[in-house]
Each structure stands twice: as structure tokens, then as C-alpha cells.
Design a protein around this ligand. Sequence first.
Ligand SMILES: NC(=O)c1ccc[n+]([C@@H]2O[C@H](COP(=O)([O-])OP(=O)(O)OC[C@H]3O[C@@H](n4cnc5c(N)ncnc54)[C@H](OP(=O)(O)O)[C@@H]3O)[C@@H](O)[C@H]2O)c1
Length: 243
Amino acid sequence: MRPDGAPALVTGASSGIGEAIARRLAGRARPLVLTGRDRTRLDVVAAATGGRAVVADLTDPAGRAAVTDAVGVEVGLVVHAAGAGVAAPLDGTSAADVDTVLATDLAAPVQLTRALWPALRAARGHVVVVSSIAALGVADEAAYSAAKAGLRAFADALRLEDGAVGVTTVLPGAVDTPFLARRGYARAVPRPVPPGRVAEATLRAVERGRAEVFVPRWLRAASVVHGIAPGAFTALSRRFGGA
Ligand SMILES: NC(=O)c1ccc[n+]([C@@H]2O[C@H](COP(=O)([O-])OP(=O)(O)OC[C@H]3O[C@@H](n4cnc5c(N)ncnc54)[C@H](OP(=O)(O)O)[C@@H]3O)[C@@H](O)[C@H]2O)c1
């Protein structure tokens, strides 16, 4: 689908990948509803894009209701970019962090999509989920990997529904956003890419109706190895994937 003239919702629009996507939808998607929790940063993006800022915690049903109320009954494009991470071995991960990651990265986009599904089907619209290469399972990110793999499977399943709604899964490697700094990313490979590159690949994939897009593109090879030779994938990850 082409987002031009379509009502759109972008979550996680106050920062990073979501902000970059919102900025590229400015003047194209109309109206443009933007969500995040930090009012100051969200207002800056809304002012720059002509979007409508809706401050909401998407792990809270009331926050999601505020977003669906703002969207109303017409939406053509929904981009789920909000997300939280936790990077630590499982026995160093708190129960609260597990809850936050699963609620933010998996439950919230599933619930929000469910709530908006009738409007998306009526518009023959498009859903984007920002998953991660962690969907393949990466070292020291077990809970995050589970959430991102769940999100990828959710998108795969949606694609099997009646076909009225296009579904694109975005699987970035490392992206140069505050998320990465919070995580304390120290790997040389994959080298972080700018969020604008993810935004451009995402909107291209939406326009071309692509099921999945890896950023950078060579990461697709990792997914292929994971699919056909999971043992080899684990061995390669142990060799090259450590933090
Ligand atoms: N950066 C990477 O290396 C990388 C790689 C692969 C995938 N991803 C995924 O890409 C997506 C965007 O990440 P990013 O790198 O752009 O991170 P970011 O700069 O930290 O942005 C995260 C966004 O999610 C929002 N958010 C977090 N928790 C929320 C909640 N409970 N309710 C509502 N909004 C919430 C944040 O809002 P506030 O800041 O306003 O609280 C912010 O807008 C995430 O799903 C992440 O898992 C990132």
C-alpha cells in the first residue's frame, strides 16, 4: 500500500526508529497519530510532522484505549515501533524486566492490532511490526528474543487471515538509537545502522507489500541458516554473537 493520504498510527514515535518513520510519513499520511510516553519528545516530533501526539503507556489497557480512541474508525497504516529491551543472562534478569519486555514488545502490539483490526480490514490497510534479529534468539537477551520471535509469529499468522490487511515484519540488527545505548551494546558485528535507514527500508517494504525486511539486508542470511540448520546457527552465534 502507499501511505499517501492514508490515516496512520505510529507507536514509539517519540524516539529512534518510530520517530524516523513518523518523520518520513509527514505530509504523506493524513491524519498521523503518534504515540509515546515522553510528552516533551513526542510533542517535538508531532510539531515537526503535523502529527497528533497521544501520550500513552501501551502496557496499560487505558493507554491503549486512549490510542484507539484517537485513531477512531479509520486507519490505513499501523506501525508498531514502541519497544523495550533487557540485556542480561536469564539468571541476571529480574522478573519485573521480563514482565516489561513481554508486555511492551509482545502483548501491547497484539492487543492494539486486535483492537484496530476491524478498521484495518475495512480500509484494506497495512500493519508493520518492528521485531528484531533477536527473533532468531541472541545471547543474553532471552526474554527480549522470546518477545520478538512471538511478534514475528504473530505477523506470520495475521498474513494467513483473509488477506485484507498487508503485514510487514521489520527485523533490524543494531540500530543507533537510545535503545542501543541503554543496552550497552558493544559488538562490532552487526555495526549499528542509523534509524533513518530502517525507516526507509520499512516504508519501501510497505509500498512493495513485502512480508519481511532485514536491516541491513545481509542479516537475512542469518535467518536462512537459523531455518535450515539451527545447530549451525547456535554454533555461529556462540562464536560471533557474544556481547
Ligand atoms: N535499536 C536497536 O538496536 C533495535 C534493534 C532491533 C529492533 N529494535 C526495536 O525497534 C523498536 C524501536 O526501538 P528504538 O531503537 O527506536 O528505541 P528507542 O529509541 O528507545 O524508542 C523506543 C520507543 O518505544 C516507546 N515505548 C517504550 N515503552 C513504551 C510503553 N510502555 N508504552 C508506550 N511507548 C513505549 C518509547 O517511548 P518513550 O521514549 O516516550 O517512553 C520510544 O518512543 C523497538 O521495538 C525495538 O525493540 C531496536
